[in-house]
Write a protein that binds this ligand. Structure first.
Ligand code: ADP
Length: 714
């Protein structure tokens, strides 16, 4: 039988070509199990499967198990057989069928491939398989499954990778969340105020610290520019301008600025703002962290005030000038409108100094203050005086103890504070300051002003010491000058009689045979001059002892009328020798005076003897003594030459004598100074009223019971 010849195929009701096409891997064996026919495709896989070859030479029966024989194969027609091609290992799967009457077993099968690639490897194509062969479908299915598996594996790998990535991303997110949470917590809880704005500076978020500081809530701030809400009258416009400029440029800034809370309270902020950029580098937000530095600024301000006050006081030469520049320093430092100083004088606080900036007009208040004086406890100054410590009034216009409240209200002055000034621990006065705003008390500031009060006190003490020193120096200089002048004058005064005495004595000594009458006359002159000399020395000693306070006054109850009477008697002879008339009007109803009889005698005799001495012959001298206005009044009047008006005060100075050609100076020029010293010792006064060529009138007043000598006479 020719295997290639389809006509040789058993008759199966199919055309041989059809059979070959339908079963390309078939084989047929005869009773001897010799191959009698093989399919075309089978031969391509198993080239040795040719008719004539024994089945066992070409194939091994893998399944089912059994002794391979024609009968066994015929008996197991319904079994699925697996034949392994011995040469190639290709397995064939199929079924044996006994062809009736032909003694031939037909095997209908096809190769068992698990991979489609095997088809090509075995030199086959899909066309080698019958159309109905499920192997191809199975292979395709396998292939599809394999591909699906491959895809699934890839997908799995991808999914795994994605999951890993996702987990990592998740972890990152968690970490970020935790971080953000922490940051949010810090931002929310921090004492600092935190503000987040958009690129235009409009608020998107504020933290609790912000609300605590400003009293503005997030809802109130949303969409608003923080600067516009928080700025106030004291905010520096220059700082605001700088901030706007930086924001406009999309840059951060660091500034200190005065802001205002919702209730109007001002506070100082240190603001640190930074822009936040997106991935493209555009500014999306600004984040500002704001620190309340009010306390630090206040401390700086207090120190600055103390420092500036020290400097102002150091530079001031005079008390009023120093106080004024202290007021100015404090007003300028605090931004307050006016400051005034009050000084304790005669038991009242009286207006002492004022300062306000030129632009501040408060004339009514200043004038009202000038007119006021405060008793202890009254008004702000009086209260500070009474409490001896600083005081603060938030609003003077509503204060019950502020007498100037109406005028303060008119001038728009509200807040006030003041502090006392002590000089060596003794209350000197008060400094008070006023603001146009209602000002909340600032305890720390008040404490600082206690220090300022001490600074001013020390300054005043220094000023007083310097003034005292200056005065002492001036007095010493004057005294020194007076002493020099006095020595010159006294030398002159002493030399005049001495020269005269010496001159006459020389004449006497060199003219021993002088006429007795001339000698007598000369000796008389010498005697007079020596008397004058001794009187001069007596008066000098007397006056110097009076002026230095060394004179002892033996005060007792004296009858002044009696003393006046004695003096009249004493000058009587001289007056009579000059034919002068003496008129005395001594009141008979005089109270006794508590004084030193000898000194009072000196007062009368000096005035009376001057009157007699200087009044020409024939003149009149009047002496009067009264008790009027609680004082003894002594009047000594004459019709003498009088004293020129420009010398009337000078005659009470030592050695001053009115030059008169016709009346030679006979006295010492010390009489009136002695009288004046005694009168002033008894707190009295002496005056002269005189007209040239008409006469002079000396008037002495002695208060009757001077406080200082009461005890001596009781
Ligand atoms: P003295 O009388 O010793 O010169 P006084 O001190 O008593 O010194 O007087 C000073 C001067 O005042 C006198 O020198 C005289 O020029 C003038 N003076 C005093 N009393 C009278 C008087 N009654 N009339 C005119 N001049 C007088």
């Amino acid at each position: 039988m020719n295997p290639a010849d389809p006509s040789a195929a058993p008759h199966l009701g199919l055309m041989p070509e059809q059979f070959a096409e339908v079963f390309p891997f078939h084989l047929a064996v005869d009773r001897n199990l010799t191959l009698v026919q093989t399919g075309q495709s089978l031969r391509r896989v198993c080239p040795d499967a040719v008719p004539g070859a024994g089945l066992d030479q070409v194939f091994r029966v893998v399944r089912p198990e059994g002794e391979v024989s024609y009968k066994w194969l015929a008996d197991n027609q319904r079994e699925l057989f697996l034949l392994a091609h011995l040469a190639s290992g290709v397995q064939l799967r199929g079924q044996f069928m006994l062809l009736p009457g032909e003694q031939t077993l037909l095997f209908l099968g096809s190769p068992w491939f698990t991979e489609s690639t095997e088809i090509a490897e075995r030199g086959l194509g899909f066309e080698d398989f019958a159309i109905h062969d499920p192997v191809v479908d199975l292979l395709q299915l396998f292939q599809a499954q394999k591909m699906a598996l491959g895809d699934a594996k890839k997908l799995l790998a991808k999914l795994t990778a994605q999951r890993t990535e996702l987990r990592a991303a998740n972890e990152r997110l968690h970490r970020q969340e935790a971080e953000t949470h922490k940051l949010a917590l810090i931002a929310a809880r921090t004492d600092n105020a935190v503000v987040l704005t958009d690129a235009e500076g409009k608020t998107e978020w504020v933290n609790e610290g912000f609300t605590r500081l400003t009293s503005y809530t997030l809802e109130e701030m949303l969409g608003k520019k923080p600067g516009a809400v928080l700025r106030g009258p004291g905010t520096d416009p220059e700082t605001v301008r700088r901030i706007s400029e930086r924001l406009r440029q999309g840059k951060g800034f660091s500034e200190e600025i005065l802001n205002y809370a919702k209730d109007g309270r001002s506070y100082w902020l240190a603001v640190e703002a930074q822009p936040i950029h997106d991935e493209q580098g555009r500014v999306t937000n600004f984040m500002a962290i704001e620190l309340d530095i009010t306390a630090r600024r206040a401390a700086q301000q207090r120190l600055a005030i103390q420092f500036d006050v020290s400097r102002a006081l150091l530079e001031a030469e005079f008390q009023a000038e120093g106080i004024r520049s202290v007021i100015e320093t404090i007003c300028v430092n605090l931004g307050w409108q006016i400051g005034q100083a009050w000084r304790l004088t005669e038991g009242r606080l009286r207006f002492f100094e004022v300062w306000h900036p030129p632009a501040v007009h408060v004339p009514l208040f200043v004038n009202a203050s000038r007119a006021f004086e405060f008793a202890e406890g009254v008004g702000l100054p009086g209260r500070i005086w009474a409490d001896a410590r600083p005081a603060w009034l938030s609003d003077v216009t509503t204060d019950a103890n502020f007498p100037r409240s109406a005028v303060a209200l008119r001038e728009g002055l509200r807040g006030a504070f003041g502090f006392p000034v002590f000089v060596h621990g003794v209350f000197w006065g008060v400094m008070e300051f006023f603001s146009r705003k209602i000002e909340q008390p600032d305890e720390m500031l008040l404490k600082a002003f206690t220090v300022v009060g001490n600074q001013i006190g020390q300054f005043i003490a220094r000023q007083k010491a310097e003034a005292a020193l200056r005065l002492a120096k001036e007095t010493a200089d004057t005294a020194n000058k007076a002493k020099t002048e006095f020595l010159a004058t006294i030398s002159h005064e002493l030399r005049t009689p001495l020269t005269s005495i010496r001159g006459f004595l020389q004449t006497l000594l060199s003219n021993l045979d002088m006429q007795p009458s001339t000698r007598q006359e000369f000796l008389g002159v010498v005697h007079d001059q020596s008397l004058r000399l001794s009187r001069l020395v007596d008066d000098l000693l007397d006056l110097s002892s009076l002026e230095s306070g060394r004179t002892k006054f033996n005060d007792e109850s004296v009858d002044v009328r009696q003393i006046a009477q004695t003096c009249l008697t004493e000058i009587g002879p001289l007056a009579r020798s000059k034919s002068q008339r003496i008129e005395a009007a001594l009141s008979g109803d005089l109270p006794n005076f508590c004084g030193d009889a000898i000194r009072l005698h000196s007062v009368f005799i000096n005035l009376m003897s001057n009157a007699v001495k200087f009044t020409p012959a024939g003149g009149t001298i009047r002496v009067a003594l009264h008790f009027r206005d609680d004082a003894l009044q002594i009047v000594v009047e004459d019709t003498g030459p009088g004293i020129p008006i420009d010398q009337q005060s000078m005659i009470f100075e030592k050695f001053h004598r009115v030059y008169r050609r016709e009346v030679p100076a006979a006295g010492t020029g010390l009489g009136l100074p002695i009288v004046k010293a005694i009168v002033e010792h008894y707190r009295g006064s002496i005056k002269v009223d005189s007209q040239v060529n008409r006469g002079s009138r000396f008037f002495v007043s002695l208060p009757l019971i001077p406080a200082q000598n009461l005890a001596a006479c009781e």
